[in-house]
Design a protein around this ligand. Structure first.
Ligand SMILES: [Fe+2]
Ligand SMILES: [Fe+2]
Length: 307
């Protein structure tokens, strides 16, 4: 394998250049502006729901944005473990690799704390207490029971998707109407994730160079992780609908509930899974790691509303 130490060094330098503090993005005493939508409609799919008033659409957008922050806190629980485990493998090995991976792990902990502060800030200002999943440790342990290569593929997907999410909030038709605080958070999250995606790729390459036969099994694990994530998204969606019904102060009919559920299910699955599979950089990285890996992603894509 090529000596990639300069690549790891370049990740450290890029990370130092873009590093931010939680207090700069979201000071402790922040009040959110609940007159605005927080996330782009391409990620919340609330505007097209015919049974909702404009005020209800806004409220559902805000509930989804809060769940978005929480789900990243949730997913970063395994990312911390993954980066820390990969860093540990370089103990007494390559100090530059280890330092880059330790920064990766520290940044994910920081992201979790940022998103936790966001959900606390949200809960202080929102009409009703939002219901959120709380089993992130069990989920992280289940994810980490897979091989490092399977989890690295999954993580590369998740992290490149945060770029897509930021890009969606910058589209001309929505940019001015969205809350600048949330948009800024997505921007800074992606700026640090960008280095993580490079490290996922380098670490995956390290494993494949030593054991090229592992790719097929790791892709099976990747597919299993996507399925499991779909279950987690669905569980959060059920909680969102409970929160929404309380906040909107009305009970929806069966037909209305189905309309809302279907729109939200599609948006969760596409926004958290499909959008990543469509990211050109994800496909090209997977192709470089192994053309078989890219082919498998393309085979799985239609299951996630990604044609
Ligand atoms: Fe992160
Ligand atoms: Fe990350």
């Amino acid at each position: 394998m090529l000596n990639q130490t300069h690549e790891y060094q370049s990740c450290i330098q890029a990370s130092e250049r873009v590093a931010w503090k939680i207090d700069d993005l979201l000071p402790k005493d922040t009040s959110l502006d609940f007159t605005r939508r927080f996330l782009s409609d391409s990620l919340t799919n609330t505007e097209g729901i015919t049974c909702l008033s404009a005020g209800e659409k806004l409220m559902l957008n805000q509930i989804r944005s809060n769940s978005y922050a929480h789900l990243f806190l949730f997913l970063e629980e395994y990312a911390v473990a993954l980066a820390a485990q990969r860093a540990g493998l370089e103990l007494h090995g390559n100090p530059t690799h280890m330092r880059a991976l330790l920064r990766f792990s520290e940044e994910e902990l920081k992201h979790q704390q940022l998103f936790a502060r966001y959900t606390e800030t949200f809960a202080r200002g929102f009409k009703v207490p939002p219901a959120l999943l709380d089993n992130q440790v069990a989920v992280a342990k289940a994810i980490m029971s897979k091989s490092n290569l399977g989890v690295l593929f999954f993580n590369l997907h998740m992290e490149l998707m945060t770029q897509q999410h930021y890009v969606e909030t910058m589209r001309d038709n929505e940019r001015e109407s969205l809350d600048p605080l949330f948009r800024n958070m997505l921007k800074h999250h992606w700026q640090e994730e960008a280095q993580h995606t490079r490290l996922d790729f380098l670490e995956a390459q390290k494993i494949i160079d030593g054991a090229p036969d592992m790719v097929d099994a790791a892709m099976t694990e990747y597919a299993e992780l996507l399925q499991a994530l779909r279950g987690t998204l669905n569980a959060q969606l059920q909680l969102d609908l409970q929160t929404f019904e309380k906040a909107a102060e009305r009970t929806f009919t069966e037909a209305e509930r189905k309309e809302i559920f279907d729109a939200q299910e599609r948006s969760y699955v596409y926004g958290f899974i499909g959008m990543g599979m469509k990211a050109p950089l994800f496909l090209s990285r997977m192709r470089t790691l192994s053309p078989r890996a890219e082919r498998r992603v393309l085979e799985l894509a239609p299951d996630y509303y990604c044609n």
